[in-house]
Design a protein around this ligand. Structure first.
Ligand code: GLN
Ligand code: ZN
Length: 749
């Protein structure tokens, strides 16, 4: 049986590409150097995939949506006609650009479906030039000609592109025409290439109108270029268009049988065209547990009832972009390690499957199900204790003692903050020096005492700077945290962290998700000493910051042998203990970040209720024990609330800070209700870009927010934590923010 992958991790085994990009942005290397490093990295990736029968070429310099935009000519005219090179135009859209002659905000970023990857959201408007720039194909074409195996060049397909891009002042009909034309230009310019067209939006709920849009594109594209098109779907099943796709002449179709179990029934019910190849995603591209051999064999035995073996490729369920590169070099307990499979190991799994899976010998009456990862031996008394305490939870454990209006009044009376209180989301820049010290400490070169002294010194300086700038609610800066999830994981049982298990988050950024393999309890206080130290340095309130249960889960690789609810409640109980300790130290503001609540929303609406109920209940279980006069904040890293406003309300926090600065005011509309009886801090500037916003700009953003949110409910803050910024950028931006607020305050009666 032949094997392939939907895609491969892009940053390199040791995040080489991160270094390349950062060196280029810092002007330490030339564009020529960057291009040659990109080329060698892709060569290396191809080498790692050399056992595949077909190799995906899916590298992106920053992001695949942005890359597709360039191939389609979705580039603002002023950029396209500027003296900047194609690559610099591209980076300008990814990260913003500032020079004496030109200034441009970055295009927004959004989570890629329910993964932790952020894509750049292309903006299509009257400024769009619609003149393709094929620069981003050039390396792939050379690589294709140098590779022994057949290759596919990956782009985002028109339906997904249409659904995910932002459109301004451009009628849908003409937009569809233009998009179709752009894809036709692309395919006809390179008639001999094999294209992988990624269409993950096909696994979301599709209306009749959506189906029409899909057909509009593909009736043309499939009939003209179908023999060169591999249509790849992932993250779920394609129940809404499966039958339609069968009648379109694609060369091959990729289906996900891990997240899209329903795909198997579709296949059984409607069959599969005889002359089309099926790429069956059987190895998870989203989780790191080994694929159970028996259930894969069973799946295969079902598939081969409908498809001849020679028409079948075994593949990953989605791109391996979402898992770490390799287990090699990891130092993990053997009984856990043997259950794991990262990127390179998944290729091994596919290779083994292609030899060992025996579809014809199996009992085909058995229903295939990918058996959940079977867990290493657990501490059974811990398991029983936890189960008992979860079962014993009454309703009261999920409820705060007083209605929000009364609580807020109490809190305002004791905190005595000025109107438009200013604050930050929690982290301050992590300097190169700090990272070095942390590494030295982890390697045992630096003593714990010396490391902690250094952290305290950083806290002291940061509190001083926040006071100098004039912020109202201070933070300790999160210097002790390398990461907002991994840090907590290191104080909880049931978690493991890896040394090098990086997964791309956006551009050059990566996170290192911990693994949840067992039962979770708090081993010791996690944040208390740092936060109380910070509070001891100032009279202003210091906000204690924790990461919430669903965010910890969503930014980890989660076990699959017990329910999500059970894992979430275990974490909530551990956080509840921590919050209890913080209150004992008289901290008056506690923030529980649920940065990732929205991103794991199931892709189909019918599954939302269950997920949201788990997420909200766990948040309430963690936080409801606090006193009414303690102010509960939560932060979320996105600005799309239209369909989850009720859930946000149900979290019952006092203050909500969100990302908003990259988008328009209408995104706040769904929170209008909310902001009339709770406090809210929509980010007034974008921290994902190195650009320093001016006082005037922030001033007008605040004015804009005030048209929607009552003055006494509005907080002023950046849109996320500052840890990825340079110190000077962070403090300068905050100073401008405070100046803008003071100017507004001076006009208040
Ligand atoms: N408190 C975290 C920080 O400031 C929140 C980060 C996030 O929302 N992603 O870094
Ligand atoms: Zn955030």
């Amino acid at each position: 049986m032949r094997i392939t992958l939907v895609g491969f991790p892009r940053l390199g085994k040791n995040r080489e590409w991160k270094k390349s990009l950062e060196n280029y942005w810092a002007q330490h290397i030339s564009q020529k150097d960057l291009l040659s490093q990109a080329y060698s990295l892709q060569k290396e990736h191809i080498r790692m995939m050399s056992c595949l029968d077909e190799i995906p070429l899916d590298f992106a310099f920053y992001d695949h949506m942005l890359e597709t935009s360039f191939l389609l000519g979705i580039i603002p005219e002023s950029l396209a006609t500027s003296p900047l090179s194609s690559l610099d135009q591209y980076f300008a859209l990814a990260r913003g650009y500032q020079s004496s002659t030109m200034e441009r905000k970055a295009w927004p970023m959004k989570k890629w479906f329910f993964t932790n990857y952020h894509y750049v959201v292309p903006t299509i408007d009257q400024e769009t030039i619609w003149k393709p720039d094929f620069f981003f194909l050039s390396q792939k074409i050379s690589l294709a000609s140098e590779t022994q195996k057949p290759v596919r060049i990956t782009i985002v397909g028109p339906y997904t592109f249409f659904k995910l891009s932002r459109k301004h002042h451009i009628p849908a009909e003409s937009l569809k025409e233009k998009l179709l034309h752009a894809y036709m230009t692309l395919f006809s310019s390179y008639p001999s290439l094999l294209w992988q067209i990624d269409e993950p939006s096909l696994v979301t709920d599709m209306s009749e109108e959506d189906t029409k849009v899909f057909l509009f594109f593909y009736q043309h594209l499939a009939s003209l270029y179908g023999k060169n098109l591999h249509l790849q779907t992932y993250f779920g099943d394609i129940r809404d268009v499966y039958q339609k796709i069968l009648s379109l002449p694609f060369r091959s179709l990729g289906l996900d049988f891990v997240d899209g179990r329903e795909n198997l029934s579709l296949l059984a019910r409607y069959g599969f065209p005889e002359n089309t190849l099926l790429y069956a995603g059987i190895v998870s591209g989203r989780n790191i547990w080994k694929t159970p051999l028996h259930s894969s064999s069973l799946l295969l035995s079902h598939l081969t009832r409908h498809i001849r073996l020679e028409n079948l490729f075994l593949s990953s369920s989605c791109s391996l972009l979402h898992v770490p590169y390799t287990l090699e070099g990891e130092d993990l307990p053997l009984e856990i390690r043997e259950k794991l499979s990262f990127g390179i190991e998944k290729i091994e799994e596919l290779k083994n499957f292609s030899h060992t899976l025996l579809p014809h010998l199996l009992d085909q009456t058995q229903e295939p199900s990918l058996a959940p990862f079977s867990q290493p031996q657990q501490n059974t008394s811990l398991r029983q204790d936890l189960t008992k305490s979860i079962q014993a939870l009454g309703e009261r454990a999920f409820q705060r003692g007083m209605p929000v209006e009364e609580r807020l009044a109490l809190q305002k009376a004791s905190l005595k903050l000025p109107p438009l209180p200013t604050t930050t989301i929690g982290s301050f820049p992590q300097t190169a020096e700090l990272r070095k010290l942390r590494q030295a400490f982890q390697k045992g070169i630096l003593s714990q005492e010396a490391y902690e002294d250094h952290l305290r010194e950083m806290i002291r300086q940061s509190i001083q700077k926040q006071e100098d700038i004039g912020l109202d609610v201070l933070v300790h800066g999160e210097f002790e945290r390398n990461d907002m999830v991994e840090y907590f994981a290191s104080f909880l049982s049931g978690f493991l962290t890896t040394k090098n298990g990086w997964v791309q988050s956006y551009g050059s950024r990566a996170t290192k998700p911990p693994l949840i393999y067992g039962d979770i309890t708090r081993l010791q206080p996690m944040t208390v000493s740092w936060i109380t130290y910070a509070q001891s340095l100032t009279k202003k309130p210091v906000k204690a910051i924790l990461t919430g249960p669903i965010t910890i889960i969503n930014w980890s690789f989660c076990r699959e042998d017990i329910s999500l609810r059970e894992v979430a409640y275990q974490i909530a109980l551990a956080l509840r203990e921590e919050i209890n300790d913080l209150e004992k130290e008289s901290l008056s503001i506690i923030q529980v970040d649920e940065a990732a609540l929205r991103e794991k929303l199931p892709l189909r609406k019918q599954d939302w209720k269950e997920y949201l109920d788990i997420a909200i209940s766990a948040f309430r279980l963690a936080t409801s024990g606090i006193k009414p006069q303690t102010q509960l904040h939560t932060h979320m890293c996105y600005s799309e609330f239209s369909d989850i406003a009720d859930a946000i309300e149900a979290m019952d926090a006092d203050v909500l800070t969100i990302e908003a600065s990259r988008s328009d005011l209408d995104i706040l509309e769904p929170l209008r209700e909310y902001s009339h009886h709770r406090d809210i801090g929509p980010g007034v500037y974008d921290i994902h870009s190195p650009r320093i916003p001016s006082e005037e700009e922030i001033f007008s953003t605040i004015k804009k927010f005030l048209t929607l949110i009552p003055l006494h409910h509005l907080w002023i803050n950046p849109d996320c934590g500052l840890k990825t910024r340079q110190e000077q950028e962070a403090y300068q931006s905050l100073a401008n923010m405070v100046k803008a607020v003071k100017k507004i305050r001076s006009t208040l009666p």
